[in-house]
Ligand binder design. Sequence first.
Ligand code: AMP
Length: 420
Amino acid sequence: MRYRAPRGTRDILPEESWKWEKVQRAFEDTARRFGYRDIRLPVFEQTELFARGIGDATDIVRKEMYTFADRKGRSLTLRPEGTAGTVRAYIEHNMGESARVTKLRYFCPMFRYERPQAGRYRQFWQWGLEAIGSMSPSVDAEIIHFCVSLFTNLGIEGSVAKLNSAGCKSCTPAYNEALREHLAPRLDEFCPDCSERYERNPRRMFDCKNESCLALLADAPSILDSLCDECRQHFESVLEYLDRMSVPYEVDKGLARGLDYYTRTIFEVHYPGLGAQSALCGGGRYDDLVEELGGKPTPAVGVSAGVERLMLAYESESGGTGQEPGPEIYIVSMGERAEREAAGLAAGLRADRSVELDHQGRSMKAQMREAGRLGARVAIIVGEDELERGAVSVKDMETGDQVEVELDRLNEAVEEKLAK
Ligand code: AMP
């Protein structure tokens, strides 16, 4: 029996994962600069949390959840997204009591039972931010600015935010009616999924992947014309903040998001370099969700994004030319005594430098070749003869220069070469 990773999952091997580390570090550094703190959530939650939090009508809840009964028969689900769990934790730990605005970030795997295809997995990664506790349009703009900043920090230039509003409880019922009225005469031309969306939540029809459905929606009324005064003011303020922050954006009347909990601002940030599927992240306000999940009424706004897609953009922008960082130092040794000395030197140098050495008793030539292959900047050559004199050789792998140094001057010599 040869075991394989389950369908829809994949291993991210070291040849690739060093790039993931870079992207994750850029995410964490940028999030820290914006004041978003790390939260680590359980991989599974009560099924009910997602059913309520994400919405019964969504594809995720209807078709894509990994749901199972545990040994006591409790229904649990592997998290398909991060917002419901974050809000559950926010309520459970009364996080709103210690801060007026609670700003959290996550970077972790999610699980959805989808048909695997290019870039679509059953276990995939998302990064996300949630800012819970403020109604202010400045937080919406801050989160959008974060996304553009993150992409810029990764060398992904030219991303543009697209914004729309999802309205609120008071302005959406009238809009839904206007939309139904407009679409009714041609309803039979839409796909079956859209017919169902028409009944449950007609705004979700904008989310359809079928070109023919989208064409039928082209002249549908825009929610921006039906917003209540508060929602309109909020939307305009978000745009003013974005102007002030010099964040490039477009208003996109057709923008809809696949999750039911959004209110007011909804947005995506697009990177045209990715072609048709150019959205690098999406999010918006969810002012009713905290209360919906059992907390006090608390406004909130967030964003999330697939890391796999971000990796594609990152690789295309960095030209895929980067190299996995190798050890700074490779210690080559020959003979038993030299091997022990090499191990001792590595132990000392590893306090603040990355060091690799041979564990297979290979020839000096093979070890030097390995040092080159790994991209070490300095090789330390420990030979029996030199050891007799209390010395080793230090070779600059870039220039090929090699000098003999006494052991008690080794650190200095290595630092000198690495400093160049
Ligand atoms: P959503 O939470 O559905 O808005 O998805 C947000 C982003 O997560 C998408 O734009 C994708 O980049 C990513 N994503 C969602 N589902 C998958 C999947 N099955 N495999 C890989 N990425 C996914």
